[in-house]
Design a protein around this ligand. Sequence first.
Ligand code: MSP
Length: 464
Amino acid sequence: MARKFYVTTPIYYPNDVPHIGHAYTTIVADVLARWHKIKGEDVFFLTGTDEHGKKIQRAAEEHGKKPKEFVDSLIPKFKDAWRKLDISYDRFIRTTDKDHEDVVKKVLQKVYDKGDIYKGEYEGFYCTGCEAYYTEKDLVNGKCPIHKTKIEKLKEESYFFRLSKYQKDLLKFYKENPGFISPRKRRQEIINRVKEGLKDLSISRANFDWGISLPFDKRHVCYVWFDALFNYYSATRQKGKEKYWPADVHLIGKDILWFHTVYWPAFLLSAGISLPKKVFAHGWWTFDKEKISKSRGKVINVNELLDIAGVDSARYFLLRNTAFGEDGDFSEQALIDRHNNELANKLGNLVSRVAGLIEKNGIQKTENKLIKKLKLKEIEKLIDEFKFDQALSEIFAFVDHCNWYVQSKKIWETGNKKDLFELKESILKIAELLFPFIPETSEKIKKQFSAKKIKKGEILFKKI
Ligand code: MSP
């Protein structure tokens, strides 16, 4: 039986159209899904939307809509963006899906019956932007440390999850599973914070109703993160999907690492469900060196991203420009430079030149010695270690080598059919390796070079 591979993206708040930050995680998940598929694994790739909670309710009110009506109007925009970005997800889960709501209720009841949920009173600060609770000491000048907005002080009846009870188990789990919190540099900060002690977590709200009601007290709705995190699990409770749990990797942004590496495993431990294997946090994109911000117009949505140089250039840029895990800066010029210098001049040029030479001279089968310059094992290892930028750099080092081969052997003069055979085989291999990253281009090259009569064909990347 094929090995299974289960990869997830965060589920996004559908309070606006998706932007580059959302696209980034989703593209990386797609690269991994495609990569594991070509290795013959049985892949399940999940993405979706996080639709409950006060943030969404507020956004809906601002648009004069009911929450469900509001999110329903945005879901097509997400699906459309993912289609244009060639995202090959297997399910788009919405937290308003009935099967998800049923799973959350079941788990809540189970955790409640176990004694890990109790009624108390919540007094403290809540940021709706983060959908998170803060203590006085977390605040910066009385404001949210992330959003820098004034923060609400709340006092209300609430149900609490006994997070404190899981401190030891969590620390033990981190120790036994050193790869769980990735990249490595983020691991220690989580461990240190957990060591400082964990407070029980308020997991219900009674002052608004846009959420899943608690099965043991209908006056309360479930805290949006408890609801949201379980999406990863509920998607695998469907018939035939059970085999995918636990997830192999949850891809997320660094801002939500705490939720995924502390709350999430604690909820699962309490519910008696096995834990995911890895949570990988990537960095944040800035836009022209500034924080991405809607209010300041510093945001680039998916359509704008695609308009610059097309889908494959966008995918290539995001993976190639910054090491996965580090922060990166987006600029239109940087994307255009990569498009022109690497995709058009190196890859596009090689493909069109070799195709033209083959069209004119033909090929003759021989041993492919050229391919020995391709560091295949190393590239595979780099992708498995989430070092996509380095993997691409190695693949392009081989593209360079092939261009050099044409040049140094003066194939346009010799028309050597054996050289051209080696180049053809090598280009096919390049296309195969690039498939997870730039699937459309890869398919075009594969089609062009596996045809009976290879022809020069259309230009792959027009220079901008
Ligand atoms: N709904 C929650 C996630 C629940 S997962 C069970 C959420 N949604 S979000 O829409 O606000 O953000 C989703 C993801 O987008 C996060 O991983 C976040 O890191 C990422 N990004 C948002 N802005 C970003 C950048 N500027 N750069 C890179 N990623 C960023 O949080």
